[in-house]
Design a protein around this ligand. Structure first.
Ligand code: TXA
Ligand code: MG
Length: 342
């Protein structure tokens, strides 16, 4: 990735305008929240989200949290049940993230939610984050603004140390007061704790008047753990069609998920072809991945032949996702290779 000149600017109305323009242009902006600094991108722009994954060097496409200004904005993204609404009304704005079914027509892109039918949303209460979200007026995905495997940043300096040269703007709003990420609760039938965080579980349970279940493995993308939870909770999107990786030929009637300028000689066999990136650009390929998988799957083919994608940069996460899609369904949420300690 070519180095970008990263500007660090003290929080101010001018800086908010600058953040808004950068986000609108698909660029990356780090900003303070009450928990930790987040690395923001326009959640509705798959290309910006792909650049965010690249900047963080995440080896997998873990779903991201969409940050919005208020409950009304969250209501345009996700389907609240009674308990979720109660939680949102009590704890927003604040360090609570809710995972709920994604609404049909939700403008947040497939890459931001890693192809899932659920979405994680939070309304932060840091004044600088709130100003930026209000000015931008669209959801902003914001994972912690660190490189994968490093600790979460609680100051602009921390962000600078990890991400200078990779992002456009760091908004300096002083130290994040809580210094611990948001508590993540999934309300999909019953309420389950996916990640312990700044709001203690006991506080949530006291408020709800009942215990909450705990996910088998706490979801924390940066620790290298996968968001694995009981049952269907966070199982990754997998196509109905079988998927073959590293395909160099196409069988009659197969769909072809292509990459690069040179297609297999018998590409004419394909019932449908979508090219992740004809110019071999991995950021473009990542931005298209989930949309194209769904499109090919929706075309009713039995098999998708996926051409090889180089295992470098975002290619690592693309291949990780393709490997999951290719795995037999009952194993689909387990990694097929050793976990990288990140
Ligand atoms: O405090 C925070 O939440 C910070 C600040 C910046 O807001 N953000 C943050 O984001 O910690 P991140 O990306 O580092 O962690 C988001 C976690 C990941 O572990 C991811 O697996 C989980 O949320 N997550 C996101 N969407 C999900 C979904 N649909 N189902 C289950 N887990 C989800
Ligand atoms: Mg993180």
């Amino acid at each position: 990735m070519p180095a970008i000149a990263t500007v660090i600017a003290l929080a101010s109305p001018t800086t908010t305008e600058r953040a808004k323009s950068a986000l609108s242009a698909g660029r990356l902006v780090a900003f303070p929240t009450e928990t930790v600094y987040g690395l923001g991108a326009d959640a509705t722009n798959d290309r910006a989200v792909a650049m965010l994954y690249a900047a963080k060097e995440r080896p997998t496409f873990n779903p991201l949290i969409a940050h919005v200004a208020d409950l009304a904005a969250a209501g345009c993204l996700m389907q609240f049940d009674a308990e979720a609404l109660k939680l949102a009304e009590a704890f927003w704005p604040g360090p609570l993230t809710l995972v709920l079914p994604k609404l049909r027509g939700c403008p947040v892109g497939q890459l931001a939610t890693a192809g899932l039918d659920t979405i994680a949303v939070r309304v932060p209460n840091h004044p600088v984050a709130r100003d930026i979200l209000a000015a931008f007026g669209k959801p902003v995905v914001a994972p912690s603004a660190n490189r994968s495997g490093r600790v979460s940043p609680t100051s602009a300096k921390h962000v600078q140390a990890d991400l200078a040269g990779r992002i456009d703007l760091i908004v300096d709003g002083g130290a994040s007061p809580l210094g611990l990420e948001s508590t993540i609760l999934a309300c999909l039938g019953r309420t389950v704790l996916l990640r312990p965080g700044a709001i203690p579980r006991a506080t949530v349970e006291r408020f709800l008047g009942h215990d909450v279940g705990v996910a088998a493995v706490a979801a924390d993308a940066d620790s290298g753990e996968r968001p694995v939870a009981p049952g269907m909770l966070v199982s990754h999107y997998a196509p109905r069609a079988a998927l073959r990786m590293d395909a160099t030929t196409v069988a009659p009637g197969e769909a072809l998920l292509a990459f690069g300028a040179t297609l297999p000689q018998n590409a004419g066999n394909a019932g449908m072809i979508l090219n992740l990136s004809a110019r071999g650009d991995l950021v473009e390929a990542a931005a298209n991945l989930f949309n194209y998988l769904r499109e090919l799957d929706g075309a009713g083919v039995n098999s998708i032949a996926a051409m090889p994608v180089p295992d470098e940069g975002l290619g690592e996460a693309i291949n990780d996702r393709l490997r999951h899609a290719a795995a037999p369904r009952h194993r689909a949420i387990h990694s097929t290779r050793p976990q990288r300690a990140s």
